[in-house]
Design a protein around this ligand. Structure first.
Ligand code: URA
Length: 211
């Protein structure tokens, strides 16, 4: 994790897959598959500091002290609907994680986040909560989702996205300085409609083949 709380994953496979995802002629099928693949690599980075403890096990040859997770459980919290596109790859890596759903939509006029659904496990305070949204643009949704998850008890929160705008990173860090951000890339800027440039368009539309 970098010192300013923002980690950009520098890996040739991530860079290559992201380039394909950005292309406007990439199919829905390929986009969804690539997002799943990158999500697994983002999950790997986001869970890097999970604590380990040691247990004694028997291998076919001998006994040994072997590392095992110390017990802190995970919750993935996708922001509906585009966040669901990151969920599958995360669950590929951590199949036993719980899932909290945060339903927010962006008011097209004000770009503010409006909540329409929220459901989370009861023991949020004991879990590492990884909030998922492919695009960190204005940060309105991310900020509101994290606020809501903290109200539900979350204390150890991270935010994972595929692409971020510098404006979104700054706003999220200001609103929630305790929440590290993990992303595959930080792009140039936000346009007047709140889209990341150069970006990849509307992530939800590209995942689900809508317009
Ligand atoms: N949401 C998206 O899906 N794309 C953007 O560029 C910004 C927000």
């Amino acid at each position: 994790m970098s010192s300013d709380g923002v980690t950009v994953i520098a890996h040739p496979l991530v860079a290559h897959k992201l380039t394909i995802m950005r292309r406007k002629d990439t199919s829905t099928k390929s986009f969804r598959q690539l997002l799943r693949e990158i999500a697994l690599l983002l999950a790997y980075e986001a869970t890097r500091d999970l604590e380990l403890t040691s247990i004694e096990i028997e291998t076919p040859l001998t006994t040994m002290q072997a590392p095992t997770l110390a017990g802190k459980k995970l919750v993935f919290a996708p922001i509906l609907r585009a966040g669901m596109g990151l969920l599958e790859g995360m669950l590929d890596l951590v199949p036993s994680a719980r899932v909290a759903h945060v339903g927010l939509y962006r008011d097209p006029a004000t770009l503010t986040a409006i909540e329409y659904y929220f459901k989370a496990p009861e023991d949020m305070e004991d879990r590492m909560v990884i909030v998922l949204d492919p695009m960190l643009a204005t940060a309105n949704s991310a900020t509101a989702a994290i606020e809501r998850l903290k109200q539900a008890g979350a204390k150890d929160v991270r935010f994972v996205c595929l692409l971020a705008a510098p404006e979104g990173v700054a706003r999220l860090r200001a609103a929630h300085p305790d929440v590290p951000i993990i992303t595959a890339a930080i792009d140039d800027h936000l346009n007047d409609h709140g889209y990341i440039v150069p970006g990849l368009g509307d992530a939800g539309d590209r995942i689900y083949g809508t317009k």
